[in-house]
Write a protein that binds this ligand. Structure first.
Ligand code: NZQ
Ligand code: ZN
Length: 390
């Protein structure tokens, strides 16, 4: 077992009506707030109004910075960071899904940086020493961004999508009201479920000793939760328990708890980020295609035990051999995603083989050859996975 340290510093307010905590939660950080939002759905469904009322009731001076798009763009974050500095804001409040949260994190530190920020902070992971404090009102369950220090941003000129990471980017608090996700359409609900599942896979299928049980048995419980409540959330958008289970699964899925003592694999995420940088597809949809394909590709005599564990403990599969259980588990995974209406081939996302080679090269170059830990992937492997997924 690897050693680990864990800092779960984000304060969580979970449940219907928890927006009432907003004023008290922001107060320690100052008076002037910039509220970062996306393309308008939160206004359509009344969430923005509830947030605005709370900010007004608590006497904050505040304004909105809107227009964050899915797969948030670096240029928009840089503009937001300039405004935050010029307006001397004390606090940033993200109201939205993962894209809004990530953009807010980028805005929080970009105003204090100089030079080639993309190379320094995204490609080369330079330490982020200074950032404005941020808080979150989550409206879509998927990324775990509400409790982690990752800001995944797209550089539209370079066609790259990479995370900046720092403890200093962790939200100070997150308001998780499952009713705020009632309005998420089926398609984005399903994308979110695929993303959560994928975060669990990235941490679960890791090269460390298989006897380090706690994170894996916990992850299996979260996976079962997705299998039970995912289809309900997709079909009955207003089902509180379905939305609540998926929301908490999203948060624990990538807040560090299930990855302790494990290095994780993360090859599938690295490849998917390239796909969404090139084609601007939803992250979860790309993962729904790539993760089962990656499983199929890396399954061999050395990895079969982990996939068989997953099959037995999560899906209750029995079989004569580890290999048989493992293969059935991969099929079950693919079928589950399909049953939620998610794609299982890249062509369903209108992606052909035109840029496979470029994307594979880019992934190897961005991560300096470190792609995959359960099984390290070469450029050729990445191209093979993309071809298999085509
Ligand atoms: O733009 P608006 O109008 O806000 O609409 C959004 C968007 O179109 C809509 N939406 C959000 N809340 C809603 C709603 N529609 C109705 N009702 C609501 N309550 O949903 C659409 C998708 O939103 P987005 O924020 O893009 O989705 P998601 O939460 O899946 O975030 C995806 C982004 O997060 C990154 C992804 O790569 C992608 O850029 N990730 C961030 C991670 C992190 N920070 O740790 C980890 C992940 O692996 C991932 O890479
Ligand atoms: Zn993800």
């Amino acid at each position: 077992m690897s050693e680990f340290s864990l800092n779960l510093s984000t304060k969580i307010f979970f449940g219907k009506g928890k927006v009432k905590e907003l004023g008290e939660a922001i107060k320690p950080f100052g008076k002037k707030v910039m509220v970062v939002t996306g393309g308008g759905s939160i206004k359509k469904y009344g969430i923005f109004n509830e947030v605005a009322n709370e900010l007004n009731r608590s006497g904050f001076e505040w304004f909105e910075y809107s227009g964050v798009v899915p797969n948030p763009r670096l240029s928009h974050c840089i503009s937001g960071a300039k405004i935050a500095i010029e307006e001397k804001v004390d606090f940033l409040l993200a109201v939205g899904g993962g894209s809004v949260l990530d953009a807010t994190k980028a805005i929080s530190f970009l105003g204090f940086t100089k030079g080639n920020v993309w190379e320094d902070y995204f490609v080369n992971n330079k330490d982020i020493e200074k950032a404005l404090p941020i808080g979150v009102v989550l409206t879509l369950s998927a990324t775990g961004s509400e409790m982690n220090g990752n800001a995944v941003i797209t550089n539209e000129e370079k066609k790259q999508k990479i995370a900046a990471r720092s403890e200093n980017l962790k939200p100070k608090f997150a308001i998780l009201d499952p009713t705020y996700t009632f309005s998420v359409p089926k398609e984005h609900t399903a994308n979110g479920i695929a993303d959560i599942f994928s975060h669990l896979f990235e941490q679960y299928f890791s090269p460390e000793e298989i006897d380090w049980w706690v994170p894996d048995r916990m992850a299996e419980g979260v996976m079962k939760t997705l299998i039970k409540w995912g289809p309900v959330a997709c079909e009955e958008g207003n089902n509180y328990f379905a939305r609540a289970n998926i929301m908490w699964a999203s948060t624990v899925g990538l807040n560090g708890l299930l990855g302790v003592g494990k290095s994780g694999d993360w090859a599938t995420h690295k490849i998917e980020h390239e796909l969404s940088a090139y084609y601007d597809i939803p992250h979860g949809a790309g993962l729904a295609v790539l993760h089962p394909t990656w499983m199929e590709y890396v399954l061999d005599e050395n990895t079969k035990e982990r996939f068989a564990n997953y099959g037995r403990n999560v899906w209750g599969i029995e079989g004569k051999s580890e290999m048989e259980v493992a293969k059935k588990a991969i099929e079950k995974t693919r079928f589950f995603f399909k049953s939620l209406g998610l794609p299982s081939k890249l062509r369903e996302l209108k992606i052909d083989d035109k840029y496979f080679s470029n994307m594979a090269e880019e992934v190897i170059s961005i991560y300096k050859g470190e792609v995959g830990r359960l099984k390290k992937l070469t450029k050729e492997d990445i191209e093979n996975i993309l071809k298999l997924a085509e």
